[in-house]
Design a protein around this ligand. Structure first.
Ligand SMILES: [Zn+2]
Ligand SMILES: [Zn+2]
Length: 183
């Protein structure tokens, strides 16, 4: 097999042939038959390549440039194409946005905010950060919810934070929305 360069590994946008793949962006399964986004990477352990799969909306948030490319190149009919394009555009322009990995209440006061470097009080909301490297997302610490506007250079991130917080109960989600509301 020829050793191809990374540039030749075209992203995939196609219906899922099985329901076994988990989304790399949110860790939830991708139902069979639903459109999924595949990022192809050189296999680090052997010849050839490997593919990591995403829900299209998760890729729009977390892998925006590649998802935009896949949208331009695909011949598939893409549900909510305009919404995906818009999310991907915003996530490309605001360069820290792809790092958003949801929100949670801090279980301890040990973590320091990656933005202001002050401790994050136990029980207060914090935003999880991740970094994409070699096909996976690595935990990148936390920021205070209140540091969000300064860190991301926009305050308009509730939908994205909520999207990547699927484990919150309805009441926790309502509290999170409240925490985002202007004082
Ligand atoms: Zn997902
Ligand atoms: Zn902070």
């Amino acid at each position: 097999m020829q050793g191809g360069s990374e540039a030749e590994l075209k992203p995939i946008l196609a219906p899922a042939s099985t329901g076994r793949a988990k989304c790399r962006g949110c860790a939830r399964p991708i139902p069979r038959g639903e459109l999924r986004f595949g990022e192809r990477l050189p296999n680090p352990f052997a010849e050839g390549e490997t593919t990591v799969w995403f829900h299209p909306v998760c890729a729009a948030y977390k892998r925006p440039e590649l998802l935009s490319r896949a949208l331009r190149e695909t011949s598939e009919t893409v549900p909510e194409r305009e919404k995906l394009e818009q999310i991907a555009r915003t996530s490309t322009d605001q360069r820290r946005r792809p790092r958003i990995d949801g929100a949670e209440r801090a279980p301890t006061s040990q973590a320091k905010c990656r933005h202001c470097h002050e401790p994050i009080q136990r029980g207060s909301w914090r935003i999880r950060l991740v970094y994409f490297q070699d096909g996976r997302f690595t935990p990148g610490g936390f920021i205070h919810l209140d540091c969000r506007a300064a860190h991301f250079e926009t305050d308009d991130i509730f939908e994205q934070v909520a999207h990547f917080s699927p484990d919150l109960s309805d009441s926790e989600r309502a509290e999170l929305r409240q925490a985002f509301a202007p004082a």
